[in-house]
Write a protein that binds this ligand. Structure first.
Ligand code: AMP
Length: 433
């Protein structure tokens, strides 16, 4: 066993074949779905100025308060490995004035995120998210669109998620701020009955008491005032429209007035997707509206909504699923002798340039070894080149299913393999099944 220095750091994963195929398949599928829905790819840096998260996500949130990988660079600036994707995307939109062009800005991202959490199954220090953001509109149709896309992606890859939906209102005395005052008073009156760590949250982040895993706190909060009874008329009607639009497109959901999301920027619509079989880390994704985020980052009022789905957890939830298999090579080329090896290398290159999957030996194995490798690869054809074939400008094609052999002209090889591939009706490698 290697010493610790030569092992991946705690809470990180190496993504290796064959599991990496599932990654390629899931992310490829997500990409296609997002693009079909009019979202375009963005990629922001792995690290940002720490203020982006402090001001954007909020210092009282657990993610910012306890979980960030923050360091100083050589210029003495405080930088942080990104713990989430929304604040960086909004920062980039504002910096590059995308919001001054046509609205909404509709973008998606796929990549690693970093949080110093206690690792366990489904919870890592480096994990991957795929997410979308729709920025510039507070129309309930966008909320429904965004939620439907996440729901569809999860359904298409067989997660069969449960969607939990809530509205947490907006920052105004007539809405969430008023509710927070009522809630804080209520929590103070019941502080003695709560678990000690949760008492501290009353002052710092009262909504988050609803996220407590402490049985004592959960029991007390059964009777706490709920946000949904304190929403202003606008937020009530916005939420009703979102629900009704989801009904229209057959997205089912469970309402939960106790769902509050961990990041401070959320307003109005908040949602989470949970999946069975994942134990305590059962959230496969979540999101919500963040109408005040742009202003927290020094921008103009600019409403937005998005979600982030956890790639690691989706793959855990679909462990039994048959994902796409890259598929066997169409051809495994076999060389008899050194001159033939050069020809085989060219032949394989030609096949690959023609978008066919082809393999050959680079271990210097003899004929027998190469034929064994060809069988093991699952290739449909072995293309054999020896002195005879070289002299005649031909290739012997051996059908590895039934052992039949034919000689074909070297120049016609691609055509013959392609025709046969079409007759076989073989799937393209790498497609989601
Ligand atoms: P959040 O915005 O924190 O709710 O994160 C969205 C999704 O990302 C979660 O539902 C998880 O699927 C995934 N996720 C968040 N943190 C982690 C983590 N530490 N390890 C693995 N996946 C995570």
């Amino acid at each position: 066993m290697a010493s610790n220095a030569f092992r991946a750091p705690k809470g990180t994963n190496d993504i290796l074949p064959p599991t990496s195929r599932d990654w390629v398949s899931l992310t490829g599928h997500a990409r296609a779905l997002f693009e079909r829905s009019g979202y375009e790819y963005v990629d922001t840096p792995m690290f940002e100025h720490t203020e982006v998260f402090e001001r954007g996500v909020g210092e009282t949130s657990e993610v910012v308060g306890k979980q960030m990988y923050t360091f100083e660079d050589m210029g003495g600036r405080s930088l942080t490995l990104r713990p989430e994707g929304t604040a960086p995307v909004v920062r980039a939109v504002l910096e590059h004035n995308l919001h001054r062009a046509a609205l909404p800005v509709k973008v998606y991202y796929i990549g690693p995120f970093f949080r110093q959490e206690r690792p366990q199954k489904g919870r890592y220090r480096q994990f991957f998210q795929l997410g979308i953001e729709a920025i510039g509109s507070d129309d309930p149709f966008v909320d429904a669109e965004v939620i439907e896309i996440a729901w569809r992606l999860l359904s298409e890859v067989d997660v069969q998620p449960r969607l939990i939906l809530n509205s947490i209102g907006h920052r105004a005395a007539s809405c969430r701020d008023g509710y927070l005052e009522t809630l804080v008073q209520w929590l103070k009156a019941h502080a003695d009955e709560m678990a000690p760590p949760d008492r501290e949250r009353i002052a710092t982040n009262p909504l988050r008491t609803f996220d407590s895993k402490e049985e004592k706190t959960i029991a007390v909060l059964e009777n706490a005032p709920l946000i949904t009874d304190h929403l202003c008329d606008d937020c009530t009607s916005h939420f009703a429209q979102v629900r009704s639009l989801l009904d229209d497109v057959g997205v089912s959901y469970d309402l939960d007035p106790r769902l509050v999301r961990g990041l401070d920027y959320y307003t109005r619509t908040a949602f989470e997707f949970v999946a069975g079989g994942l134990g305590s880390q059962n959230a496969v994704g979540g999101g919500g509206r963040y109408d005040g985020l742009s202003e927290s980052l020094g921008g103009p009022p600019l409403p937005g909504i998005g979600f982030a789905l956890g790639v690691d957890r989706i793959l855990l939830a679909t462990e039994d699923r048959k994902w796409a298999d890259p598929g066997p090579p169409h051809v495994f080329a076999v060389a008899l002798g050194d001159d033939a090896r050069r020809d085989v290398f060219e032949l394989v290159t030609d096949l690959r340039r023609a978008f066919l999957k082809a393999e050959f030996d680079v271990m210097g194995r003899g004929m027998k070894g190469q034929m064994k490798d060809a069988d093991r690869s699952g290739a449909r054809w072995a293309a054999i080149v020896g002195a005879d074939e070289l002299a005649a400008g031909e290739v012997t094609l051996k059908d590895l299913k039934n052992g039949d052999q034919v000689r074909v002209e070297r120049d016609r090889l691609i055509e013959v393999v392609r025709d046969q591939k079409d007759t076989d009706g073989a799937g393209e490698p790498g497609r989601l099944r």
